[in-house]
Design a protein around this ligand. Structure first.
Ligand code: GLC
Length: 777
């Protein structure tokens, strides 16, 4: 698929804020974690960079992710993947510049994608000038910015985190003539949060990046900011008080941003990071993660059920971050010793796979490349309460390399294609920051984005569909959770509920076929509709519902009440945008995709009236004029519960004020939905989104494109105009420009575009003159 981002800027873009104010956006978001060094190399130096990510935004948009999480991209000697920062206000030169980040943010926002980044508050690199100054003399003004001591015996109750490399949290510094405190590597001295200057300075760092447009931070290693003798120096009240101050600053100056806490703690401790909804917006659920793997191998839903039962409820404006894998080892700190032994025995058969208290492997190798198991865990991840976080490369089932040190084996270059360096870089292969995966099972020649984009049965397409499906129901992000506890414990069953949405999730954790009786009496009379294919199952009766599940199968059902559902009409279809309707195409298209099936079904030219669309996707669009907010030809892909998918070309435009009233009055059948712009008080609201085929200006613009044989480029498609000689002759005649007759809305050959060609026969006064616009992807 070709895309032309630059053209988009010219014709479609408007400056400014791209999002409607939506303080709870993160509750429905799908996050995607990117190691900048490993994603895409735009300048052939063997290292991924920010421009590389910008170049790959089309891919991320196509996949459907809502928010990118960037691993630290700051200046750093990279002894700990960038978590060892040597300047908080600079970008690592291999990754680009602050301007490159600003450009990435702008381009991502334009596509409706937000971006957060890691912020390491707890420590710096020893290379940071603050530390160099601090160690230089006891009288240095920065001396007190770090935690110094004459002995290495203080805070003896604090555990060591990197047990494989460190034997103490204190390291002797011969320059300072004192010991300094560090919770992680010895080259990462902890900042001293007792010092008000440090506290203020870190707020300034935060503001600097938020001002640039970042949508928030993953707050790295937050439990360890303060130290207190006689405690384990984790989760201290002082730490929470400081985080509340951070939140206040963010809320006051930068609404709609998010703070995501990395607190690898038990649920009863983590929930304090939410405060009363006035601390972090999100926190990772670390203990749940290994239990999903455990449940799968033990073929028993108990570990998942138990940990979630033990998880206290959280304030309504907060959300869990859920993940299966990330850039670190699969940490086993939050399990019992027996459970840890079990996990090692099952998932780290080779001792090289262990690191600290964890397992340094990616998702696919952990599950022996078993597609059904990968899908199963991913589906669990996407259906439990929280926002799922995907780790780059896991969507294609990338492998890892245990022969590389530390956590590098899970941070290898993204596999884009079968080309040299997996399409990641055009550098000499020996220059890459890490070698690409060539293990036969995960070799980039077989496991890569390009190959999987071409195969609709690939894992990548499956993940994309899963994301799309999740977005159609708010219950996944915001719904309550109710376990159904069938007697067969190999089957995990629960309901997610939000308003009138009820999603029933059933998961067979066993490698064998299972049956389960599920008590659905609360939903008596409702019809379970399987979401992937929109197939009705028999209505729920008074008796327990009986399900048979094939090995490692999972089902998502919407429990729907039949007959009582309100009929959607134009007036009840309303789309909300921040400023311009084009956000519906460039950003999150879910809203538009949701209203289209009902609209299409009402169109005379729509050929598939008897078939039920299982999914509706905006596949791309082409602006017809250079005017921002002008009409566009959009391409809508419909997949049905039966038969072949179809691609429709649907012209769309927006009208406001009197023009909107006129269209609603005179051509109600052309109205797709009302549009309300929430951040554009200067425009009359609501407008209407409609099919402009019957409008003179649209006809003229399209005719003009055809007769001039223009090539119009857009997202994913290109439209080219072609004419017959007769039409050109007519056009060339001195008396010439034929007057285009507006097409009637009911005519079925204009917008009845079962194919991707738009014909204009009989369009001109010259009877046999013909022109057409052909769209290609
Ligand atoms: C966090 C990061 C990890 C890093 C550590 C020290 O746990 O996820 O990668 O090594 O902090 O900064």
């Amino acid at each position: 698929m070709t895309t032309h981002a630059d053209d988009q800027v010219e014709v479609g873009a408007e400056p400014g804020h791209w999002f409607e104010s939506e303080p709870l956006w993160f509750k429905r978001a799908v996050f995607y974690e990117i190691h900048t060094r490993g994603f895409f190399d735009s300048n052939d130096d063997g290292s991924g960079d920010l421009r590389g990510i910008t170049e790959k935004l089309d891919y991320l948009q196509w996949l459907g992710v809502d928010c990118i999480w960037l691993l630290p991209m700051y200046a750093s000697p990279l002894r700990d993947g960038g978590y060892d920062i040597s300047s908080f206000a600079d970008i690592h030169p291999d990754y680009g510049s602050v301007d490159d980040l600003a450009a990435l943010l702008e381009a991502a926002h334009r596509r409706g994608i937000r971006v957060i980044a890691d912020l390491v508050m707890n420590h710096t690199s020893v290379d940071h000038p603050w530390f160099q100054e601090s160690r230089s003399s006891p009288d240095s003004p920065k001396r007190d910015w770090y935690v110094w001591s004459d002995t290495d015996e203080c805070y003896a109750d604090a555990r060591i985190i990197f047990v494989d490399t460190e034997s103490s949290n204190w390291t002797w510094d011969p320059v300072a003539g004192a010991y300094y405190w560090h919770r992680f590597f010895a080259h990462q001295p902890d900042l001293n949060y007792e010092n008000p200057e440090v506290r203020d300075e870190m707020l300034a760092v935060l503001r600097f990046w938020l001002e640039l447009g970042l949508d928030g931070f993953r707050l790295d290693a937050v439990p360890y900011l303060f130290e207190r003798e006689g405690t384990n120096c984790e989760n201290l009240l002082e730490t929470h008080a400081y985080l509340k101050r951070v939140r206040e600053e963010v809320d006051t100056l930068y609404p709609d941003r998010v703070l995501l806490a990395e607190a690898n703690q038990w649920p009863s401790d983590v929930v304090h990071y939410f405060g009363d909804g006035d601390e972090c917006h999100m926190a990772f659920h670390f203990p749940l993660m290994p239990r999903m793997f455990m449940a799968l191998r033990r073929e028993d839903a108990t570990p998942i059920g138990e940990i979630l039962e033990q998880t206290p409820s959280i304030p309504g404006n907060c959300q869990w971050g859920l993940f299966l894998r990330n850039h670190d080892e699969l940490t086993l700190e939050m399990v019992t010793d027996d459970e840890r032994d079990y996990m090692y025995a099952e998932y780290a058969k080779d001792p090289r796979m262990k690191l600290n208290l964890g397992i340094r492997r990616r998702l696919a190798p952990l599950l022996d490349h078993g597609r059904a198991e990968i899908e199963l865990l991913t589906a669990i991840l996407f259906s439990l309460p929280g926002s799922p976080v995907l780790y780059y490369g896991d969507e294609i089932g990338m492998g890892d390399n245990v022969w590389l040190g530390d956590r590098n084996g899970v941070r290898t270059p993204m596999q884009w294609s079968a080309d040299r360096n997996a399409g990641f870089s055009r550098a000499n292969p020996q220059r890459l920051y890490l070698p690409v995966i060539i293990d036969s099972e995960y070799h980039h020649q077989a496991v890569n984005v390009e190959a999987q984009q071409h195969n609709r049965h690939s894992m990548l397409w499956w993940v994309k569909r899963l994301i799309g499906l999740r977005k159609q129901y708010r219950a996944f992000g915001q719904g309550s959770l109710e376990f159904l506890l069938p007697e067969n414990r190999k089957v995990l069953a629960f309901v997610r509920r939000f308003d009138d949405e009820r999603i029933l999730v059933l998961v067979n954790l066993s490698r064998f076929t299972q049956c389960a009786e599920v008590d659905l009496t609360d939903y008596e009379g409702m019809v379970p509709v399987e979401l992937f294919g929109r197939q009705d199952f028999p209505a729920v009766g008074a008796a327990p519902y009986f399900f048979t599940l094939s090995p490692h199968a999972f089902y998502w059902f919407a429990l729907e009440r039949r007959g009582a559902e309100p009929v959607e009409t134009t007036t009840t279809r309303e789309l909300r945008v921040a400023r311009s309707w084009t956000e519906l195409l460039e950003g999150d298209a879910t809203g538009l995709e949701r209203v289209l099936p009902a609209y299409l079904a009402s169109c005379r030219w729509f050929g598939a009236k008897s078939r039920r669309p299982a999914s509706t996707q905006i596949a791309g669009d082409v602006p017809l004029t250079r005017e921002p907010g002008g009409p566009r030809l959009t391409y809508v892909r419909l997949e049905y519960t039966e038969g072949e998918p179809e691609l429709y070309q649907l012209p769309l435009a927006e009208a406001r004020g009197e023009a909107a009233d006129r269209i609603e009055r005179e051509r109600p059948e052309a109205v797709v939905a009302r549009v309300r712009a929430t951040e554009a008080p200067e425009v009359e609201a609501p407008g209407v989104l409609y099919d402009p085929s019957g409008e003179r200006e649209f006809s003229e613009a399209l005719f003009d494109a055809i007769v001039r044989r223009r090539r119009l480029r857009g997202r994913g498609f290109e439209v080219s105009g072609t004419t017959t000689r007769a039409l050109r002759d007519l056009w060339n005649r001195a008396d010439g420009v034929p007057e285009p007759a507006p097409l009637r809305a009911e005519q079925s050959n204009t917008s009845g575009l079962g194919a991707t060609r738009t014909w204009f026969r009989g369009w001109t006064r010259g009877a046999r003159a013909t022109g057409w616009a052909r769209a290609s992807s």
